[in-house]
Design a protein around this ligand. Structure first.
Ligand code: G3H
Ligand code: 13P
Ligand code: ZN
Length: 309
């Protein structure tokens, strides 16, 4: 089956109350591991590429490898730009065959974010490509914010409605307490499901996206640290919360950190336990297996996307 747009995927996920995993890719091992997992779970999947991944792996290589995955699997696959920083990057991805792009104008004020998003929407829609946009700001634990500041960063449901009306974006990334990376919470993990519910009431037909949604799998952090790593106090979104998010109207769940941890855990383990190994296929193969296992767990046990292909 050719690459699909997320529009088709989200129609099904909204009707049947499950979430689709969007996994960041940087090289062949990630692409194979994620699509092998999706094939095994019979799950739709979104492969997403950041602008720094494009710089690292190069556009043509990424697109051709994704094409190879599409040709050798039977599940619906979408190719998505993650956190497009400007119009030019979105245009480049649309022109290279991506089926969906994110324009991340969350660093701008409301009017600027609307104008930039609208510019991307106009270009994308003319070419059959769909657009994810963001309103609200994802704070990290490293950002020293007081309670009032923290509240101001969550997505405001009224503003979310106005933003979608004005831009015509196809899906919306919101801020309800998640953040990127391996350090999401200082104390207990907490997501503002009350805000999610209000957004869904205002925008029942708009697919909602949760960024910064790695669970920072404790076992993977432990393998890293046990084999010479130094990632103390890492903490992510527990699986139960992500499950609840999927059942409460979140249609797309973004995962990058967990896959980085999976790859690093196995490479560290092989290096530490078998120092004589220097065939990259040995440690990259182990890394690919661990990424696949991590993705399978999410599709089968957390997102509810297994058997929805
Ligand atoms: O949200 C950002 C993603 O984790 C991509 O990160 O820009 O380092 O590829 P990156
Ligand atoms: P994590 O850092 O939690 O994996 O989030 C990834 C993400 O949101 C990519 O856009
Ligand atoms: Zn993100």
């Amino acid at each position: 089956m050719p690459l699909v747009t997320t529009k088709e995927m989200f129609e099904k996920s909204m009707k049947e109350h499950f979430a689709i995993g969007a996994f960041n890719i940087n090289n062949m091992e990630f692409i194979q591991a994620i699509t092998d997992a999706a094939e095994e779970a019979k799950s739709p999947v979104i492969l997403q590429v950041s602008s720094s991944a494009i710089k690292y792996a190069r556009m043509k290589y990424l697109v051709k490898m994704v094409e190879a995955a599409v040709e050798t699997t039977t599940i619906p696959i979408a190719l998505h730009l993650d956190h497009g920083p400007d119009f030019e990057t979105c245009k480049m991805c649309i022109d290279n065959g991506f089926t969906s792009v994110m324009i991340d104008g969350s660093k701008y004020n409301f009017e600027e974010n609307v104008a930039l998003t609208k510019q991307v929407v106009d270009y994308a829609h003319e070419r059959g490509v769909v657009v994810e946009a963001e309103i609200g700001k994802l704070a990290g634990v490293e950002d020293d914010v007081n309670v009032a500041d923290a509240d101001a960063r969550y997505t405001d449901p009224e503003q979310a409605y106005e933003f979608v009306e004005k831009t015509g974006c196809d899906s919306l990334a919101i801020a309800i307490g998640t953040s990127h990376g391996a350090y999401k919470f200082k104390g207990d993990a907490k997501l503002r499901f009350d805000i999610l519910q209000k957004i869904k009431e205002k925008l029942p037909n708009t697919p909602i996206v949760l960024h910064g949604a790695s669970s920072v799998v404790p076992e993977l952090v432990e393998i890293c640290n046990h084999n010479g790593g130094d990632i103390p106090g890492a903490k992510g979104c527990p699986d139960e919360m992500l499950k609840q998010a999927g059942e409460s109207g979140v249609s797309k769940i973004n995962v990058d950190t967990d896959l980085r941890l999976a790859m690093t855990a196995q490479i560290r383990k092989v290096f530490y336990e078998e120092p004589s190994i220097f065939d990259p296929r040995k440690y990259l193969g182990a890394a690919r297996d661990e990424i696949k296992k991590t993705v399978l767990h999410k599709m089968n046990e957390v997102f509810g996307s297994a058997h929805k292909a």
